[in-house]
Design a protein around this ligand. Sequence first.
Ligand code: 2IP
Ligand code: CA
Ligand code: CA
Length: 300
Amino acid sequence: MILFPAMREAINGEESPNFTNADGESVTIAVGATTEETAQCLGAILNVEAAEVLANEVHREVIYEEALLGEIPTLPEDLDYGNLGIWIDPIDGTAEYISGDSIFTDFPGITSTGLDCVTVLVGVYDRTNGRPVIGVVSQPFHNKLDENLYRSLVFWGVCLPDLQANNCQFERPSRDNRLGIFSSSENGDILQRIMELGYEFAFAAGAGHKALKVITWEVDLYLLSKGSTFKWDTCAPQAILRSLGGDIYSYRGSISECKPVPLCYQEVSEEVDNPKCNKDGLIAVRDVELLEDLLQKLTA
Ligand code: 2IP
Ligand code: CA
Ligand code: CA
């Protein structure tokens, strides 16, 4: 069943549903109305047992704690779904998902690598102005309850012209120093400059995970100077940050224009090199005022 047929042509993401099976036939995988239907479809590329296990997971009934999900708003009746597109990353932090090993930072609650760095990112953007408007970030392995049993969290935000809502009303902590989160491969000269502004550093994996730490106020800043993230990594957390008064900006774009330039999600064009990539890096904040001295320092 297609819930939003008007958006069908604008679902973009990292993964493709098209596979070539062992007989060289091309197969498109889709979720069916029933577990059996999905298993049958998956059976075209997997053995029967694997197809059934996977189909059962896809159709598993998930129970959400309503208090944590918050009050989900009704979207405006006149919302033009034909003007909305999606960027989805079904698994961000793939390496951490495969390895499963955890390494902790010196900061409570912030893991450097581990299953809680894995996120599922679904972002909706306005196809006319390229702005992210709805975001859902799920953290399937937020904390371990038992062997093979984890508690998941879901964070969402809506930032439409007449409707701002989210379930991310965390209190801003009072910290002696500002805290930034970075990829372990971040450039040393840039880190030095940020340190001179009085920031402390946490290094962690997962673009979605790092953006989530900004959303939850566990850090003040996520900065990445390289073009190693993609539209599917940033659309969802950026929509949530916008619903909270923050945003995600282009790192190089903001430095060269001497003002914050938000990341945008224009339709992918063949004329642009690597159009799915956030090639100029990024700066994610909840408090936009932090950008003033940051941009000055990084420009100098
Ligand atoms: C990756 C993943 C990496 C991240 C990279 C993303 O996505 O989030 O962890 O690098 O930018 O593209 P880093 O951890 O250095 O921030 P995926 O896991 O989907 O490939
Ligand atoms: Ca991915
Ligand atoms: Ca990713």
